[in-house]
Each structure stands twice: as C-alpha cells, then as structure tokens.
Design a protein around this ligand. Structure first.
Ligand SMILES: *Cc1c(COP(=O)(O)O)cnc(C)c1O
Length: 376
C-alpha cells in the first residue's frame, strides 16, 4: 500500500533527541523549546512564538488570548477542520460560517463582508491545502470594521502571501506540527504574534494560568506545553523546511503535469496572482456528474494499493453542531461539493518517485472509462 503520508526524519532528529536523554531535559523546561520558538519566529518574521502541544490547542489558546467578549461573532470558513470552530465555541463566541471559492478552496473577502454584523469581532482565515487566502481584501475589511484576524496557518508553514510569510498574516497566527505538516514534532503547534500582551496571554493560558504565586489562579488555562523531546525533533525538522517545501512543489507539479485533461476532474491551481501552490496535499475534485462519492472512489484506490483521504466535511453539516444552526443544507454549495466529491492522493515527504508514477497510473486507470451520469 502506498501510504497517504509518511514524514522524513533523516536529519538531526536522533542526535537532538539523544541530547535530551543524555542531559535529562525532557519536559517543556528544556532548551529545545526556546530554540524551536526562536527558529519559527525567525522564518515567519514574528516577534513572539509560543510552542504548544498541538495545532488544535494553538487555536484554542489563540482565540482565548484575544479576550473577545462572550457572544462575539467570529467569521470562519465552513470548509475546514473542527478545531477552528471548537476554539471559537470554547472562547464563548459564536462561529459564523462562510463558503469558499471553487478553485482556491479558500474563504473570500466578499463572503466575509456579507457575513458581518454589529457583533462581529474577528475573522479566522484558514489557508486550505496549498494556497494562502487572498489577504488584501481581508485586511481592508478588518481595518474598515475594526476586526481582529486569527490566521490558521497549520498547512502553510513555508508558504508566502506575496512577500509575507504565512504565519505573519494575522493579529495572532497558529501552526501545527502533526506528521503530515511541512515540519513535524509528532504532535505540536505554535502560536505567533507581534503583540506583547497577546503573547503574554497565550503563555499564561499554555501553563494553567499560574498567577505570580504558583498554584494561585485568576483564570482557567490549559496544560498545552510542548515537551523538550518534541521540540528537539522540531529543531531538526526546521533545518529542512526549505528542502521540504521544494519537495512538496515537485510532487504537486508532477501530479499537475501528468493528470491534466481528465474530463470531470478539478485539480489544484498551480498559482494565483499572490502565491505559488505548495501543495500541502494534492486534492482532486470530481464533477457532480461523476458516478462516485469521495468515499467510493477512495475504496477503488485502496483496491489498487493507493491510500487516499477525503476532504473536510463542512462545519454547517456536522451533527455535533446541529443545535447551533450554523447553516442550512445547500446554503454553502461549494463546500458541500468539495466534501462529497473531493479526495487527496499520497503526497507525503517520504513518497518515492516510483510511488508517484504508480499513483498517476492508478488515477488514469480509474477515471479513463468513467461514464458521467447525474444520479448521485
Ligand atoms: C492540521 C490542522 C490543524 C490541527 O492541528 P493538530 O496539530 O492536528 O491539532 C488545524 N487547522 C488546520 C487547517 C489543519 O490542517
């Protein structure tokens, strides 16, 4: 089976991990945590970086760090991971969902502006799969309505919007270091900001909101600390970031070059006016006329020894949010189409060229004789 993702751990990971063991520094107090924070702050050109246990907690802490009044509305794409919406809810705010663009799969300024009410206080932008959101329009709206921007850059470390690094596009931004991301710590995440007060809030929330006296609290926080072991892997991984991004582009370009002109398939855009695709994952979306759902086509790939994954399922169609009435079926058609018809093929950093050639063959084989119907 060709796995959908396999990380590469062939740099200094082992050496730095051994340093942790040899020095007995394994908790979050160890020196690699600071080194990773400084390294990430440097590549994202940020003043403050706060390492945390994973990307979902990074979002929880990021929203909480802004001290939004309970009941504030935060605009967020429906086509994203649940972590975005759960972070807003845990901060006692209300998520207001918007659809995405059919070619970039990202939220758009015009739908964000249409969703603004007197209670809107923030916009959560999420860069989806390989391209950053079109930010100039978002910046204008944030300025006009005095809104904070929370940037979920989990999938886009190493990407740029024009000349600004992703992770540097929000009042507060977050990263994930899960093994399918551009660098990994196994589990891990980072919060980024240039605002000293927000950074102090995030650090306090990360560490149970200890007061000046330990075990004395004015707020409830989390234990969201990253261990020195995780950070040691992260420091080694960061040394390879540029190489990793180059590899992701190569893999994505190879698929794009070899899968053109298959009727009924939408492939990722190579580039837009503001960014070149770095293909965090290589998504393929079938037209409505194709006979299979994403789950059905994934089963066909599995039979051929290729592991694929479905796209996100929209937040307005999640059973867990039914009571919240975040959107009606049919109201955000692009995200619903992506969910029903989208899947991604193996593109992990560990993918070999042979594997990639095989994936292309299998895609062509499956879709070659596919009859377009309209009954699903
Ligand atoms: C991976 C991811 C996260 C969550 O990160 P974890 O480290 O897995 O918790 C959040 N947002 C987006 C867009 C992601 O892709």
């Amino acid at each position: 089976m060709i796995p959908v993702n396999e990380p590469i751990l062939d740099g200094n990971e082992k050496k730095y991990l051994c340093e942790c063991i040899d020095t007995k520094w394994i908790s979050s107090e160890g020196p690699f945590v600071k080194r990773l924070e400084e390294g990430i702050a440097k590549v994202t050109q940020r003043k403050y970086a706060v390492a945390v246990a994973n990307g979902s907690l990074a979002l929880d802490l990021a929203v909480a760090s802004l001290d939004l009044e309970p009941g504030s509305e935060v605009i967020v794409p429906t086509f994203t991971i649940i972590s975005c919406v759960s972070a807003i809810l845990r901060a006692k705010c209300r998520p207001v969902l918007v659809d995405c663009h059919p070619a970039t799969w990202n939220l758009e300024a015009k739908s964000v502006e249409a969703a603004i009410t007197t209670r809107t206080r923030a916009i959560m932008v999420v860069h989806i799969y390989g391209l950053p959101c079109e930010m100039d329009g978002i910046f204008n709206i944030a300025k006009k309505y005095k809104l904070k921007i929370i940037e979920d850059a989990a999938e886009q470390l190493g990407q740029y919007y024009k000349t600004t690094p992703c992770g540097n596009l929000g009042d507060i931004s977050t990263l994930s270091f899960y093994p399918n991301k551009h660098i990994t710590t196994g589990e891990g995440g980072m919060i980024l900001t240039d605002d000293e007060k927000i950074a102090e809030n995030a650090k306090s929330l990360r560490n149970l909101c200890f007061g000046p006296r330990r075990f004395y609290h004015e707020k409830i926080g989390w234990n969201a600390r990253m261990s020195n072991l995780q950070a040691a892997v992260g420091v080694a991984q960061l040394e390879k970031l540029n190489e990793n991004i180059k590899r992701k582009k190569m893999i994505g370009d190879y698929y794009n070059n070899n899968l053109q002109n298959i009727p009924g398939l939408t492939l990722p855009l190579r580039e837009t006016s503001y960014a070149r695709n770095i293909y965090w994952v290589f998504g393929i979306v079938m037209s409505e006329e194709m006979p299979w759902s994403s789950d059905e086509v994934i089963a066909l790939f599995r039979k051929e020894g290729v592991e694929c994954r479905p796209f996100f399922w929209p937040m307005h169609q999640q059973p867990v949010f039914r009571e919240l009435r975040l959107g009606q079926p049919g109201q955000m058609p692009v995200s619903e189409w992506l969910a029903k018809k989208g899947f991604y093929v193996p593109s992990g950093l560990g993918l070999t060229f042979e594997d990639q050639k095989r994936v292309v063959e299998v895609v062509k084989g499956i879709f070659k004789n596919c009859k377009l119907t309209k009954n699903k």
